[in-house]
Design a binder for this molecule. Structure first.
Ligand code: WAQ
Ligand code: MG
Length: 279
């Protein structure tokens, strides 16, 4: 195994986070990757005040290899039906209506105590909806994950076949794959904080990455992530150790399919035997 490095970039302007990205690369690609990430931080239309690029050797810790979640792209056309279906899928996965409502309300109004977007995710008890993360300003961040070169090529091709060509989809799928494999994780709900990007997803090991083109209104700059955990299994320390420090390389693409009749998909989902899968 070559000497691998985790490279992370985050950029901010006026104390506000504006972009971030994650890579895992061999030593000889550090310089090229670092300049790609800096170029990305500079491409947001305005100059960041601060760009932080962090490099860590993974030393002798070999990345865990994972297969990407399968992608199901649902054609929903408005926020209401998107959220309603996201809610039905989450319920099917064992998340309570109360926990779903709490998550959506927080994501809508800015989940941090000051009403801003969090840098990381909320962690919610999947049955009570109680927020479990220590730091509600920062939340919990997943880190140290990337696609292998081959898997990245393959997923880019498969997503494009399903009409999905934005790099955000590929990056969110990598994050969601790592998160879905976390101990005690039931499901993740996400929508972007970018005002022009209305898409979001519900991700889980049991049902894969279910993508919605609209989960919020265009122009709305609020967004975030909620990690729903099983209170019987979950331990914060174990979760954080996995999410923040275990390197994950996604070495295999999953399946990608478009579903033009989301009502039918949801009906099938609701008819399916409920199974709880934890690792
Ligand atoms: N770990 C945990 N939470 C994070 C992380 C991370 N590494 N990065 C971002 N977040 C949280 C944080 O609260 C952000 O405000 C929020 O997620 C949204 O981040 O086409 O673009 O980078 O299928 O705006 C989903 C749909 C897009 C993609 C997600 O997220 C698709 C997106 P953003
Ligand atoms: Mg964003």
């Amino acid at each position: 195994m070559k000497n691998l490095y985790s490279i992370r970039m985050r950029a901010s302007a006026q104390e506000r986070h504006i972009s971030g990205a994650e890579r895992i690369v061999p030593e000889e690609r550090i310089e090229k990757t670092a300049s790609e990430l800096i170029a990305r931080a500079l491409s947001k239309g305005f100059t960041p005040d601060t760009i932080v690029v962090t490099l860590d050797s993974l030393k002798d810790v070999a990345p865990i290899q994972q297969r990407a979640l399968d992608v199901v792209a649902l054609s929903v056309h408005d926020v209401r039906s998107g959220r309603e279906m996201a809610s039905r899928i989450l319920q099917r996965l064992g998340v309570s209506v109360r926990a779903i409502e709490i998550a959506m309300t927080h994501l809508d109004r800015g989940a941090s105590p000051s009403g801003k977007n969090m840098r990381g995710a909320m962690v919610l008890d999947a049955s009570t909806g109680d927020r479990l993360e220590q730091d509600r300003e920062q939340g919990v961040r997943a880190s140290r994950f990337d696609w292998s070169d081959d898997a990245e090529k393959e997923i880019t091709r498969l997503l494009a076949e399903a009409g999905l060509t934005h790099f955000r989809t590929r990056e969110a799928l990598a994050l969601a794959t790592k998160v879905a494999h976390a101990p005690g994780m039931v499901a993740e709900l996400c929508w972007s904080d970018d005002p022009d990007y209305t898409a979001g997803y519900v991700a889980s090991l049991a049902m894969g990455y279910v993508r919605f083109p609209v989960l919020k209104h265009r122009g709305n700059g609020r967004g975030g992530r909620a990690f729903f955990v099983d209170p019987d299994v979950f331990e914060m320390e174990t979760l954080l150790a996995y999410l923040q420090t275990k390197p994950v390389l996604i070495t295999e693409a999953g399946l990608c399919r478009q579903v033009l009749n989301p009502e039918m998909f949801c009906a099938q989902v609701n008819g399916r035997e409920q199974k709880k899968i934890y690792t």
